[in-house]
Design a protein around this ligand. Structure first.
Ligand code: ZN
Ligand code: ZN
Length: 161
């Protein structure tokens, strides 16, 4: 979904706000856009070790880096159902998307695009504005359920419609 250009642009966003592009910052910005799912600090650390093969970045420095990027608005925290907080690219580079959240194991995945199509979104906007005098500018939608891993074991017991 994202390209290395995203990492470059994110780096520029950090520099513009007066922060140097240190190794941990660069690695976190390498790992996050490519993930396809929000990641916990431990996930980010693990990916830096396994994908970038860098052992110079400690868990504590990933934690500090994520907190800095949160303050700068480059990263945002996503909703979670239990489990650790998870983070993804935020601001202009985050892109409009939603999350599939497993209520059993807490796994979160990105759902590309928006299940609320343009027509439905505009119709709802018009209706809310007319009936409630409320101007809607954005929405947040979580899709809750059970992931593939958690469903596999119980399929035998579940009746499908
Ligand atoms: Zn699950
Ligand atoms: Zn949407």
């Amino acid at each position: 979904m994202e390209t290395p250009d995203t990492t470059t642009a994110l780096g520029a966003l950090v520099s513009e706000q007066g922060y140097r592009m240190t190794t941990p910052r660069r690695h976190v910005l390498d790992v996050l856009p490519a993930s396809g799912a929000p990641l916990s600090v431990a996930d980010i650390h693990e990916r830096i070790r396994s994908r970038i093969r860098s052992r110079r970045v400690s868990l504590a420095s990933v934690y500090r880096t994520v907190n800095l990027l949160l303050r700068l608005g480059v990263v945002r925290a996503t909703d979670a159902v239990g489990g650790p907080q998870r983070f993804e690219i935020g601001g202009p580079f985050g892109g409009h998307h939603h999350h599939l959240i497993c209520q059993q194991c807490g796994r979160i995945e990105d759902l590309d695009g928006c299940p609320l199509g343009d027509a439905a979104w505009q119709a709802m906007n018009r209706r809310v504005r007319r009936t409630r005098k409320f101007r809607v500018v954005d929405h947040d939608l979580r899709l809750l359920g059970a992931c593939h891993e958690c469903t596999k074991g119980r399929r035998a017991r579940t009746t499908r419609r």
